[in-house]
Write a protein that binds this ligand. Structure first.
Ligand code: PMP
Length: 415
C-alpha cells in the first residue's frame, strides 16, 4: 500500500533509524505525507495542508517546469563534471553575474554543509589563520568543521576553542528596539572575539534563522565585515536559507545590508528539492587554495542538478518571485502583527519578505511548539526556531499569494 498504516510505518522507521535521536520528526503525532503541489501538501490522512514552512520548494512543490527539466535531462545525459557540458557553465555564469563584482568563481556541490566546509578550508589556506567565528545560535552544517561553528548544536560550555561568537543586536525583553549604540557595542564585542580566536572565517546566516529570525541593520553587518577584514579574516555570507529572493528585495539577502562577502554559499532552494549547492568566491582565493589543496565533488555540477537550478532561476525571474516575496511577506507580517497580541501582548512579529518569526514570550502560557501543533490541526504547517524554540517560523514557498496569507491568518486567528 502507498499510504499504509502510519503507526506501523513509524515503528519500522524507529527500528531502522535508531529511534528519533538522529532523525527527529515534527509533531507529537508525526505527519505522514503523500504528495505535494504548489503551496499544498497532502497527508495520508486525506487532508490538505497549507505549507507555511518549507523553503526548499521555493517555486512551489512539484513545479512542472522543474520536474520536466529534471526528467528530460535525466533521459539525455547525467554524468560528473569532468567532461565539457553547457548546463553547469550557464548556471555558474548566471550566479556570478547576479553577485557583486569580484565574486566571479563558482564551485558546485550537493549541500549547504559542503559549500560552507569548502569556504572554511579555503579561508584557512588563504589567511593562514585557524579560527572561526559565527553568530550565537547559528547553524551552518553537518560536517565536523561546520558543526564546530554551528553554535546552536551544542551548549556554550562545549564550544570548541577555535570558535568565537558574536551576537546581533536584538529587541530586548521589554520590547526596546536596538539602537545604533547597541549595534556599535555588538561590533566592538565581535572585534574582541576576532582578535582572541585568530579568525580565518566569519560566517553569517543572512537571515539568522536558527537564532530566531533577526533583521540587524546594514550598519551592524558592514561594521562586522569591516572588523573581519581589518583582522585579516574573510567574510562568508551563508545564503543557504536566505538566498533566492526570500527577503523580498534582492535575490541575495546580503545585498540588503550592502555587504561585499569573500564567499557566498547557496543550497536548499537552489534545485527546488533536487540536491544542488554552490560556493561563490573570488578567483584569487580559489587559485591560492588550488595551489595547496584540491576539491572534487562527484555529483557537484552534474547536468541534471544544474538544469534544475537553471529552471528555478528562470521561474523566479519569470514569475517575479523576489518582488512577490516582499509584497506577500508584508501582508503576512501586517496580519500577524494584528493577531499576535491575542496570544500575548508581548508576542512579537519580525522578519522580512517570506521569512517571518513570531516570538512567543515565556509568560504566554503556551509554547511555540503548542501553537505549531494547533496550526497543524487547523491545516497549516509551520516550524519553530530561536532560543528555546520559542519563535514560530513561517517560511513558505515564494509562490504564496494573498489568498494563502488569508488562509494562514484565518487559522492563526483561531489559536
Ligand atoms: N547553512 C544554513 C544557514 C542552513 O540553514 C543549513 C541547513 N539548514 C545549512 C547551512 C546546511 O545545509 P545542508 O543541510 O544542505 O547541508
Amino acid at each position: 500500500a502507498v499510504a499504509g498504516d502510519p503507526a506501523a510505518l513509524l515503528a519500522r522507521r524507529d527500528s531502522v533509524f535508531g529511534g528519533r535521536t538522529l532523525s527527529p520528526l515534527f509533531y507529537r503525532k508525526p505527519l505522514q505525507v503523500v504528495r505535494a503541489e504548489g503551496a499544498w501538501i497532502e497527508g495520508a490522512d486525506g487532508k490538505r495542508y497549507l505549507d507555511a514552512y518549507n523553503n526548499v520548494p521555493v517555486v512551489g512543490h512539484a513545479h512542472p517546469a522543474v520536474v520536466q527539466a529534471i526528467a528530460r535531462q535525466s533521459a539525455v545525459l547525467n554524468v560528473h563534471s569532468r567532461y565539457l557540458h553547457p548546463h553547469a557553465i550557464e548556471l555558474a555564469e548566471r550566479l556570478t553575474a547576479s553577485m557583486p563584482d569580484g565574486l566571479d568563481t563558482c564551485v558546485f556541490m550537493n549541500s549547504g554543509s559542503e559549500a560552507n566546509d569548502l569556504a572554511w578550508r579555503m579561508a584557512r589556506i588563504v589567511t593562514g589563520r585557524s579560527g572561526a567565528m559565527a553568530a550565537d545560535l547559528a547553524y551552518h552544517g553537518v560536517s565536523e568543521a561546520t558543526t564546530a561553528f554551528s553554535t546552536n548544536t551544542y551548549p556554550p560550555s562545549a564550544r570548541p576553542a577555535h570558535v568565537g561568537t558574536f551576537e546581533a543586536p536584538r529587541v530586548d525583553a521589554d520590547g526596546r528596539q536596538p539602537t545604533e549604540q547597541d549595534a556599535r557595542q555588538r561590533v566592538r564585542e565581535g572585534r574582541e572575539q576576532l582578535q582572541g580566536h585568530d579568525v580565518a572565517l566569519l560566517a553569517v546566516d543572512s537571515v539568522f534563522s536558527s537564532a530566531g529570525i533577526l533583521t540587524p541593520t546594514g550598519e551592524f553587518m558592514r561594521g562586522l565585515q569591516d572588523e573581519v577584514h581589518a583582522a585579516g579574516g574573510l567574510f562568508l555570507a551563508d545564503e543557504v536559507q536566505a538566498g533566492f529572493g526570500r527577503g523580498g528585495r534582492h535575490l541575495w539577502r546580503f545585498e540588503d545590508y550592502g555587504l561585499t562577502p569573500d564567499f557566498v554559499t547557496l543550497g536548499k532552494p537552489m534545485g527546488n528539492g533536487h540536491p544542488v549547492a554552490a560556493l561563490i568566491t573570488r578567483r584569487e582565493i580559489a587559485e591560492q587554495f588550488a595551489g595547496v589543496d584540491e576539491f572534487f565533488s562527484t555529483f557537484g555540477g552534474n547536468p541534471v542538478s544544474c538544469v534544475a537550478a537553471n529552471t528555478v532561476l528562470d521561474v523566479i525571474e519569470e514569475s517575479d518571485l523576489v518582488a512577490r516575496s516582499g509584497e506577500v511577506g508584508a501582508q503576512l507580517a501586517a496580519g500577524l502583527a494584528e493577531l499576535a497580541p491575542s496570544i500575548h501582548p508581548a508576542a512579537r512579529v519580525r522578519g522580512q519578505g517570506l521569512m517571518v518569526g513570531v516570538e512567543i514570550p515565556d509568560e504566554a502560557g503556551v509554547t511555540a511548539a503548542d501553537l505549531a501543533e494547533r496550526l497543524r490541526d487547523l491545516g497549516v504547517l509551520v516550524g519553530t526556531t530561536g532560543p528555546g524554540g520559542q519563535v514560530l517560523k513561517i517560511r513558505p514557498p515564494l509562490i504564496w499569494q494573498t489568498q494563502h496569507v488569508e488562509i494562514f491568518l484565518k487559522a492563526f486567528a483561531l489559536l
